[in-house]
Design a protein around this ligand. Sequence first.
Ligand code: MTE
Ligand code: MO
Length: 454
Amino acid sequence: MDDSKIPSALLGGRIRRAPENFLDGAAIGEVSKGRRDVLRASFAAAIAGIAAATRPAAAASDGDPDILELPPWSTSLGLPVAAVPYGMPSKYERNLIRRQSPGLTQVAGSSVAFAPLQGSFGIITPSGLHFERHHQGWQDIDPKRHRFMINGSAPGMVKTPLVFTMDDLMRLPSVSRMYFIECGANTGMEWGNVAVPTVQYTHGMLSCSEFTGVPLRLLLEMAGADLKRGKFVLAEGADGSSMTRTIPIDLVMSGEVLVAYGQNGEMLRPENGYPLRLVVPGVQGVSWVKWLRRVELGDKPYAAKDEAVHYVDLMPDGTHRQYTSIQECKSVITTPSGGQTLVDKGFFNVSGLAWSGRGKIRKVDVSFDGGKSWQEAKLQAPVQSKCLTRFTLNWNWNGERAILQSRATDETGFVQPNYRQLRAVRGTRSIYHNNAIQSWLVEPSGEISNVQVA
Ligand SMILES: Nc1nc2c(c(=O)[nH]1)N[C@H]1C(S)=C(S)[C@@H](COP(=O)(O)O)O[C@H]1N2
Ligand SMILES: [Mo]
């Protein structure tokens, strides 16, 4: 179905998948029948609104008070400017929040909060909804007392070890770029076919921001790095988790790795590493060291605990694969998705996200029959390297059982695998780096759940 065949009333984007219209990520078991009926009713009202828009006279004669009577907000004085010095979401959007997975053990200080992908638009994650992953809680560090050091692993590896204050860093030339960050464990529970209920819990360790910072390459050059001997850097955080990760120097010299202080036009949020974090585009989240206090140049990988023991891939032959850092090409349909309910058959604009740690997304195909047939989705501009890309496809649901899938291809030609293809290479006992095609089952009742098809 192309845009020219859509009734003009629909082109204005009047279907809004807001939390009040769609179940917003609560576990299915938590949703009472009554709540579902409310959702269905409110969506039916939204659909009716579209029909009404094409026949305004008929709608008015229905006696809808929201058309015929002036609401209080049209007849009263509004709140003054700066009533809220830092703007907050509408009280009607209270359901769009980060959540901890009911299926994961919750350890104080060492856990995950997932981003609500099902209610997000476009490609940028609002800073307050960015996912969180802390190995030992988060800190709100006094930027005046924060120091960032560059040193070498051996004498002469850098000519002059340097220590920067935040003021020192922020007077240097900076760049601002949009990149996704995905935890290597994102979608990890699906290896065991756990089928957690919503896209928030399957894919919500994923976010995308505009980051601002100084290229690490520049700081290494300032320190007089010996790039003939220096082949890797070690990044170290200032929190209590002893978070250190090895990063190959080629990535750093590409200029993409940033020592970042900015996120979406303001300083980083404390949960995301304020006042300084490493941005390592395309690489799994754990390498994006938060509360960054030191970078060391060395000649070999450091085999730190979070790369030698954790964040390794158990392969079918029983060996562990280390240093798999690039997040391969992946995508997911975010609306409609698990836990939501389609309230009626008919038109839906299907929408989702695609990304690749190797560059730009070239195309996304969508299937409504569990991968038997595919249609090419539309990619929304901008399509940027190592950034989320939003795709959409128009769908006329006939009210029958359907299985929705998306399959992304990146600019290297890599095609996102299905579970059979992924397991053939990676086995069945892994945790990290699951980039398989996600399936959402739509029942004739309109209810949507997470399923795995071979
Ligand atoms: N210092 C430090 N850096 C860290 C972590 C941490 O616990 N401490 N967690 C890592 C992990 S595992 C991930 S996935 C990302 C999460 O970043 P976010 O909390 O900003 O989403 O930060 C990484 N950087
Ligand atoms: Mo992570």
